[in-house]
Write a protein that binds this ligand. Sequence first.
Ligand code: SF4
Length: 733
Amino acid sequence: MLFGRNKKNPITIADKKIEKWSYSTCGYCSTGCSIEIGTNKEGTPVSSRGVGGADVNQGKLCLKGIYEHELFESAGRGSTPLIRSDFHEPWNEASWDDATGKMASEIKRIQSKYGRDAFAIVSTGQILTEGFYTLGKLARGVIGTNNYDGNTTLCMASAVSGYKRSFGSDGPPGCYEDFEHTDCLIAWGSNLPEQHPIIYWRMKEAQEKRNFPLIVVDPRVTMLAQNADMHLTITPGTDVVLQNSLMHVILAEGLEDQDYIKANTNGFEDLKKEVEKYDPTSAAKICGIDEDTIRTVARLYANAGAAMNIWTMGINQSTHGSDGVVGLNNLSLLTGNIGKKGGTSLSITGQCNAMGTREWSSCSGLPGYRALENPEHREEIGKFWNVDPEFFPKKRGMAQTDIFPAIETGAIKGVWLVGTNPMTSMPNTARIRKSLEKLECLIVQDSYQDVETTDYAHIFLPAALWAEKEGCFTNTERRVNIVRKIKEPYADTKTDLHIFNEVAKHFDQSKKMTFPYKPADVFDEMRHLSKGQLVDISGMTYDLIEKNRGIQWPYTEEQAKQGIAPVKGGKRLYTEDGVFCYPDGKAKLIPLPFVDNNEVPDEKYPFWLNSGRLVEHFHTRTRTGKIGNNNKFSPTAFMEMNPDAAMELGITHQSYVRLVSRRSDAVVMVMLTQRVPRNMVFVPFHFFDCVNRLTLGLLDPHSRQPAFKQAAVRIEKINQEEAAKINKEARKF
Ligand code: SF4
């Protein structure tokens, strides 16, 4: 019997009875989409939509943004402060005053017994910039520990370090609009469709209009690679070799921009001497890209009117992460591709406010990209905060990835974690667990009480979530956008800004300083401190930011006074009339010798272990693991494996296997796919007790970022019934 189309029930969309749409900015990735949240008569958030006319996303949202309104009532939220004397004991509820008072007395006890730096603070890329600035004031000006860092060390530290080495300062020089002007795009270790879907849409739309070549460098056939004109399946960890070889061809064939090099850079002769060693024939043997392809890519890139490099974790998460970024900057500088439309070196950032922490948190220095090493900067901030500049350390302390080993050695006795979950995010889970167990005091501040790290905490501070508070984020292209408060904080949770101010109250030094509670007052302090800096936001106000759907910095007070409207579309750093941030105004070309120092597959552990993101999830699934559709589409960890390699080992699709590295093992379901080569497996990094049980995470010497994507494993067949049980037990949500 045939059923006609008219016999089917029409699809109807439920009327959610939305009374009001409120403006905000998405709180997941660094794309920085403008979002509106619909609330009903009772003020309950019931829907999300993209903002038409917003430069960044032009009305679109990805899978995470579309369901963002569901976050407010999601499972596992913390509701009240908790205290206990030992992490084996049950929790006791506490008032905010008791919890912050207990916390302050523990910090004072540890510091007086073991020294100021024995207490460490590790923050995040997720909270609002006003919170970051205030935490920086508290950490640097009141608590005074130098072991203060953000979890952005796991994702963006190599980009920061590489920008500083090449240009004299952090700050991505390009913007999304560059896609609309470029004549050649090389994407290095960046899977835009899954990691930054809306940036991918911008790129794809521009490419379809102008048909510029898209070249993807990635060992895995990612979604972006499937859409590329050329896909370079590089051997993991050898980006610097490929970059040097591309420069070798460019210089050998006279394709460099000599005028630009002479006017704007130092170090050309030293760079030339180094890249002479990387002829394509020799380089091909190390990086796995054939010599003809290296020559073709070098010519396409250097002959393009404007060419851009973008990258994400494939470059950053390596023992050569910082060098890889400098290598891309070298390529851009050699060919004059900085500060012009379509010509740039643009790191695609990870978290929604990774840029905000880089600019304002004082993690690696002092606010507004100021340096601890610079006496004038210390003086200036000391005066503004009313802190003796001698109280500030004279150079940066430990990075996050050095803080955990310092717990093992006994140098660190107490840690305050803000919006970060090292039990899932750090390499070598077993080692992190032992470190946390050793602490005399662990404080976890998070919107979710059920993050795995809370199991080891002595104090838990429940924080308000995303749009339960007001303030700013900065996105990948330096666009400051505003998060408006959509609803009151859940239960007895407090905003991060409020929590930092309450902690400050328990220290005498804070009485000589100001700790404003209103986000706009904090923003005013930042505006004041930004005047004349690279990151000048002095012309911005919350209302102007919302009106423009985000404003890229720099936007100065003078521009605002003269009535100059913020630039629509794209704004760039180091344009033709601009100067770099080194004292002589020139950028540095830096030679990069390649040192092969990572763990590589061998007879015992014959597979590369690669890890990365899925479109449905964000970081450690603290949020997306609770959102119906996100979790439904991707509920469990899996391992991509090449079918030929699987056949050799007798492994079948959707069976469970044990992955074993020199650190530990993990049970995971097999997904057979040609996306990975025969000698590689790929496991998403979002799941607890999975890939990071195996990772080694050797550190980049400049950025201290771990090499998450390069480790060696073997695969063992196991009893399927037992494996299914282990797997179910391990997946908490
Ligand atoms: Fe949010 Fe990023 Fe998705 Fe935009 S692309 S909606 S910022 S998660």
